[in-house]
Structures are given as structure tokens and as C-alpha cells.
Design a protein around this ligand. Structure first.
Ligand SMILES: [Cu+2]
Length: 357
């Protein structure tokens, strides 16, 4: 603990002590002066403390806001994130204004309308109109806020555009596994009983399904294409994890046995973000947002957002999981090349893709 915080705590303690002593002293004075005088004195002190609390509280709110300004993540890096940020800003403005009005009224009224023998209490037990106002207005405000939230929620978890990049994300204790469907665009079948880390089959892919042969499986770092929608199909191999993408304002639970989905469009490449943030080491981070065990802290993934060209080049360099498990026989390899046959085929199809563009 720093010296300044110890100092602050000491000041607060002294403050309490002094207040307590004053209250006690005034109580004794009251006893000497008589019960009624005592009551008035107490009311005055309490009323005064209400105002002190209001002023110190509001200063505290402002101070806290200044302290954390600029420490939150910058601009959102996804299209959905921009909407979510806007929704948060609207919510903060509405709740902030309501907070300010209600707190000022609460403490001011406690001070202003403390007991006075010059005033008589106005008996005011019920008013239908007032009840209606403070029920209907919050109800409308909350319906609008929740409504916006629901619309965004449905668009984030709903159908992704047809041309979206599909990536399967699987959480496990304690790492992330990413699967790309390969050039056929189809994820091969898998079965959890086939999971075998020793045999390099982290997802339990079924090798008798030809669709699985070109599936690319990588750990920790996932590559996305800038300005191209991406759909995550999220799974877990063991307990509940959560795909947290703070820079994109996205997050979704990874539940064993129940695939979840979310989609978004990254707006800036990692390189662009390095310039935007002025941080040459910037990386988009994928954190596990669900306490999932003792290695939870180590479930840090990296999201690389690159151009389509770079993505195609990267993908061409990845051997499929099948090719890793069943390396192509030497006879299949060209004499002048050391590349495995599977990677060659992929390389060719990718260069065709580039030509088409
Ligand atoms: Cu986890």
C-alpha cells in the first residue's frame, strides 16, 4: 500500500473519530440542556453531515471519473462494437443524469426539511398521478434501452453474411484451438471420443470424412481478414470458457456440447492498430472471460487481423491437421520441392483465388 493511501485512510479515520466525539459531546450538552434541545442539536448535525456527504460524494464521483479517463480501451475495432459503445454511452448519460438529480434531491431534502418547530408536517400519503409518472417514465426508458440491447444481441448472434469467414473456436483447459474449414469451406465431422492430443487430434476429427482432410487446426493465434465478416462457431472441450474480445467489444460463452456463435467485422488490421494506439507491440487479445480453473490466466489468445492477401499467404503455409497426422508419402512429392503435397494443392488453389481478384 502506498504512503498516500495510508495517509488517506488515516484522515478518514480521524474524520470519523472527530465526528463521533462531537456527536457524543453534543449529546452530553443536550442532557444538560434538556431532551428537546438535544434533539434539535442532533438534527442540525445530521442535516449538516447530509450536505457534507453529498458534496464529498459528488467530488468523489468526478475524481474517480478523471482518474480512469483514458484508461479504458480506445475506439472499438469492430462494426458491432461501435453500436455497443453507442448503446453504453446512451445508458451512461441517462443513468448519470438520473443519479445526479436523485442524489442531490435526496440529500438536499434531508437537510432542508429537517425538524423545525416552526413548521408543521403536511400529510401527503398517496398520489395516483405521481405514482403513474415515476412508474411509466422509467418503464419507457428501460424498455427502449433493453430493446436496443436485444436488437444488437440478435444481430450479433444471428445469421452472419453469406461470405463470412467461418472459424471454429474451441476452448480447453488451458488453451484455444482454432479450426479453418480449408478450401472446401466445409468443416469435417468430429467426435469427442476421437480427441487424442498424443495423436495430434485435438478436436477428435474423423479421418474417414474427406471434408476433414483439408481442415487447418492451429493453437493460440487466429488470423482474420480486415473488413470481412467473421463467424465464430464456439465450443469447449471440457468446462465453460468464454471467448472475450475486448477490442471488438464481443464475448460469448464456450459451452461443452452446445455450440454458440457470434459474428462481427474487424475494421482495422493489427498494423493499423499499432499506429492508432501508438503502441508498436499492440496485439488484439482473446481472453478467457470465464473462471475455468487454475490455468485460467494463461488462456490468452492473439487475434491477427491482416489483409486478404496476407491471409491467403498465411493459410497457404499451414499444413492441414490431416497432413500433419498422415504426412504425404515421399513418392508424392516433386523432386525439386520439399513442400508436402497437401500444401502444394492448397497453394495452387490460393494463387487461383488471387488471380480471380
Ligand atoms: Cu477458460
Amino acid at each position: 500500500m502506498s504512503t498516500s493511501s495510508i495517509f488517506l485512510i488515516l484522515i478518514l479515520l480521524f474524520g470519523f473519530l472527530i465526528t463521533f466525539q462531537i456527536a457524543k459531546a453534543s449529546e452530553y450538552v443536550g442532557i444538560l440542556k434538556g431532551e428537546k434541545k438535544n434533539l434539535e442539536q442532533n438534527n442540525k448535525i445530521n442535516g449538516f453531515l447530509m450536505m457534507v456527504f453529498l458534496v464529498l460524494g459528488l467530488i468523489g464521483v468526478y475524481w474517480c471519473n478523471e482518474l480512469f479517463k483514458g484508461k479504458i480501451l480506445g475506439e472499438s475495432a469492430s462494426d458491432h462494437g461501435i453500436k455497443i459503445d453507442r448503446m453504453l454511452r446512451i445508458t451512461f448519460w441517462i443513468t448519470g443524469i438520473v443519479f445526479l438529480i436523485t442524489q442531490v434531491l435526496l440529500f438536499w431534502f434531508s437537510y432542508k426539511y429537517q425538524y423545525s418547530e416552526k413548521r408543521k408536517v403536511y400529510y401527503f400519503p398517496h398520489d395516483n398521478r405521481l405514482e403513474l409518472i415515476w412508474t411509466v417514465i422509467p418503464a419507457i426508458a428501460l424498455t427502449v434501452l433493453v430493446g436496443f440491447g436485444l436488437i444488437y444481441w440478435f444481430s450479433i448472434t444471428g445469421d452472419a453474411p453469406k461470405d463470412a469467414l467461418q472459424i471454429e473456436v474451441t476452448g480447453k483447459q488451458f488453451n484455444w484451438i482454432f479450426r479453418y474449414p480449408g478450401k472446401d469451406g466445409i468443416f469435417g465431422n468430429k467426435y469427442f471420443k476421437n480427441i487424442d492430443d498424443q495423436k495430434n487430434n485435438q478436436l477428435g476429427l474423423l479421418w474417414d470424412d474427406p471434408a476433414s482432410h483439408d481442415d487447418i487446426v492451429v493453437n493460440t493465434t487466429v488470423y482474420l481478414i480486415v473488413n470481412k465478416p467473421v463467424k465464430f462457431i464456439i465450443n469447449s472441450r471440457d468446462v465453460i470458457h468464454d471467448v472475450g474480445l475486448a477490442h471488438f467489444r464481443m464475448k460469448m460463452d464456450a459451452v461443452p456440447g452446445t455450440p454458440t456463435t457470434m459474428w462481427f467485422t474487424p475494421l482495422y488490421t493489427t498494423e493499423e492498430m499499432k499506429k492508432k494506439t501508438g503502441n508498436p507491440d499492440f496485439e488484439y487479445e482473446l481472453s478467457c472471460d470465464q473462471m475455468c480453473g487454475k490455468g485460467h490466466f494463461s488462456m490468452r489468445g492473439v487475434v491477427k487481423v491482416v489483409s486478404e492477401q496476407e491471409f491467403i499467404l498465411w493459410r497457404a503455409k499451414q499444413a492441414s491437421n490431416y497432413a500433419q497426422v498422415f504426412p504425404p508419402a515421399p513418392a508424392l512429392m516433386k523432386a525439386d520441392s520439399v513442400k508436402p503435397a497437401a500444401a502444394m494443392v492448397k497453394g495452387e488453389s490460393d494463387s487461383k483465388l488471387v488471380a480471380k481478384k
